[in-house]
Design a protein around this ligand. Structure first.
Ligand SMILES: Cc1ncc(COP(=O)(O)O)c(C=O)c1O
Length: 433
């Protein structure tokens, strides 16, 4: 008998189940709205032209130093990515109070931060939003956090931000604790606080002495402007917070399988940084030894070349505009069909995804009746609907759709499927993951 016989099967993560169902489906015109990547009109993952160009240059450049990277990663990448997040004129940078580590991804940055906070600052409790991006829970549990607690965020019944409840929960937080705050295009609601509300949130975080772990996975895609989408991070800097911010660069460079992130740390004093770096390096060594060079070089090349940088920002804006157009069209189509309920939330949300706010029962019906697959949390990828897959629309079971995947050709089909679902399955008990 194998020693592995004692290992039990786990419920596979919902996203994997949906993906498997999609791949197993033999319908010719199936489409996938669950995948989190920006897709083109043919439904293929879209590559940014300047990424393609930078990759070619870097791959064939014999002069470029391709020696082993240090544990904290490529210095030029760390500098460029950190400036992108904090801004060139950031006081934290000018005063030497900010540094970063190149990490494998946004998720990995959270894991490294969580590991550090548990090991060196003895944090055992983390507050994450309800609903939350699924990874947070796994990440903090893996780093041995004992209490994964939730603060109110999105009210699925009203399909809006419940700011009073959020502030109340943070005020009542059990301390000491870490709080995870996604800085824009919140997952999975796609609903963000206003700047005035962020100021209130920051006040409570300060009053309660919660340690902020900021998460920035969509810089530029939420508003079309990289500086605007970093506003929350910069506000925390200007208000004297010490924090980690995990910066995911997969979405805004349209990487699909290349993995890259930057874990930024802002401190009150520069003299603590040498010690922090040494301990982070030890944590990274234990987790994966050291990061990879290629994709970090690609990002650095683009961020440091003024022309490519401008083109990159234009591309992000185009991604944003495509999703905004789909948002407006989807809302209009639902309203034109007389779909019961209010659909304003679709255009109030931001980024590449929309959360249409269906119940679990409605999402299952969509999947079974209309071959529309969405995550239980309601997110759909608006970029993934295209001319080749008019009839069968797969959305993540959480209900979040990828906005970049929806286009005029199958938008009507999607709207009709949602309309029929709302009429056929009453929303008795709205819920969200
Ligand atoms: C909601 C959400 N946030 C963030 C990310 C990016 O994180 P990472 O860099 O770990 O892929 C993803 C990636 O799929 C995502 O779906």
């Amino acid at each position: 008998m194998s020693i592995f016989s004692q290992v039990q099967i786990t419920d596979s993560i919902e996203m994997i189940k949906i993906r498997d169902t999609y791949f197993d489906d033999t319908f010719k015109n199936k489409i996938n709205l669950e995948q989190p990547m920006f897709t083109n009109e043919r439904g293929d993952v879209w590559r940014m032209p300047m990424v393609h160009l930078a990759e070619k240059v870097i791959t064939f450049d014999d002069i470029l130093n391709k020696a082993c990277l240090p544990v904290l990663g490529l210095e030029s990448f760390r500098d460029a990515a950190t400036k992108l997040l904090l801004g060139n004129e950031s006081l934290a940078l000018l005063e030497g109070r900010a540094f970063s580590a190149q990490v494998l991804s946004g998720t990995n940055g959270l894991r490294v931060a969580a590991e550090f906070l548990h090991k060196h600052l003895n944090y055992k409790t983390v507050y994450i939003s309800s609903p939350s991006w699924r990874n947070y829970d796994y990440v903090f549990r893996s780093a041995k956090f004992e209490n994964i607690l939730y603060y109110s965020y999105w009210n699925i019944s009203t399909r809006s931000l419940n700011i009073e409840a959020m502030l109340r929960d943070l005020r009542n937080a059990r301390t000491p604790a870490v709080v995870v705050l996604q800085v824009c295009a919140h997952s999975p609601s796609s609903y963000d606080p206003t700047k005035a509300q962020w100021m209130e949130i920051a006040n409570v975080v300060k009053e309660k002495n919660l340690f902020p772990v900021l998460f920035s996975p969509f810089q530029g895609i939420a508003s079309g402007d990289v500086d605007e989408d970093a506003w929350v991070v910069r506000y925390f800097v200007s208000n004297g917070f010490e924090f980690f911010c995990s910066q995911a660069l997969g979405k805004n460079f349209a990487f699909c399988n290349e993995r890259i992130g930057n874990l930024v740390c802002v401190t009150k004093n520069s003299d603590v940084i040498t010690n922090l770096k040494s301990q982070l390096a030890l944590i990274i060594t234990g987790l994966y030894s050291r990061p990879a060079l290629h994709v970090a070089s690609v990002v650095t090349y683009i961020l440091n070349d003024p022309q490519l940088y401008d083109e990159w920002k234009e591309n992000i804006k185009a991604m944003y505009l495509k999703c905004e157009k789909v948002r407006i069209n989807l809302r209009q189509a639902l309203e034109k069909l007389g779909t019961p309920g209010r659909w304003a939330h679709i255009t109030q949300q931001r980024g590449m995804f929309a959360n249409i706010g269906l119940t679990k029962e409605q999402i299952v019906y969509l999947m079974n009746t209309h071959h529309v697959y969405i995550r239980i949390c309601g997110r759909i990828n608006l970029s993934a609907v295209n001319a080749n897959n008019l009839d069968f629309v797969y959305i993540r079971i959480c209900g979040r759709i990828n906005l970049s995947a929806v286009n005029a050709n199958n938008l009507d089909f999607l709207a009709k499927a949602i309309c029929d679902t709302i009429k056929s399955v009453p929303a008795n008990a709205p819920q969200c993951c």
